[in-house]
Design a protein around this ligand. Sequence first.
Ligand code: 6PG
Length: 243
Amino acid sequence: MIALPPNTTLLPDAEATARATADHLVDIAETATGERIAVCLSGGSTPKRLYELLASEAYVSRLPWSRLHWFFGDDRVVPWDDPLSNVRMVREAFGHGATLPPTHFHFIPSDEGAEIGARAYQRTLQDFYGDETLDPIRPLFDLVLLGLGSDGHTASLFPGKPAVEERVAWVAAVPEAGMEPFVPRISLTFPALACSRSVLFLVNGAAKRDPLSRLATGEDLPSGRVASCGRLQWFIDEAAAGV
Ligand code: 6PG
């Protein structure tokens, strides 16, 4: 088994990591003190099962949907109905909201390019937060979900790309992705991702052994730069851990 990050929970398989994350979200919602609960969703393929679970009979009645606000850690700059869009993936997984009470999905605008979309989404976040300056005492999010790319990226913060160095803006344009799909991206930056009561990496599958091993050797990868003003933890399945 490879060396795993601190605060890792090792789980048997992808279904188990999805269920553990769904349970964690239920806990987050139950302990939230504010009227609104802000969750920052990750994209890609890993979290789709989690989102299906949240909309399933097993969980739909355990979540305060009218208080929940769903944001995105990043998205691809493609039309929302494009197969590459995280908006499309989330809508399909949640069942197009058909079975859910009124919810508040705050999708990243992608119809006017990365720069305009990043500025617009930063305004969305700041309007929701009620300030232009993040205060770790008052986290922007209750939960940030993140994935791990095979190159060690997270959200759309890719090794060697400028957005990794952004320490002021909350949202950055990423004109050149560091791995497929090679389309422009819009990504939250490290300061925004860190401003959360809880940050949780969801990592499944043997393809993630390499980035996990590189993190364990102390290599400076974007996923290793993620911080949290609250908890930071990893849910990793045995295939990714090399068990
Ligand atoms: C994206 C994601 C990205 C993802 C990782 C892992 O939009 O692609 O936000 O950061 O979490 O690339 O992707 P998989 O879950 O598909 O392996």
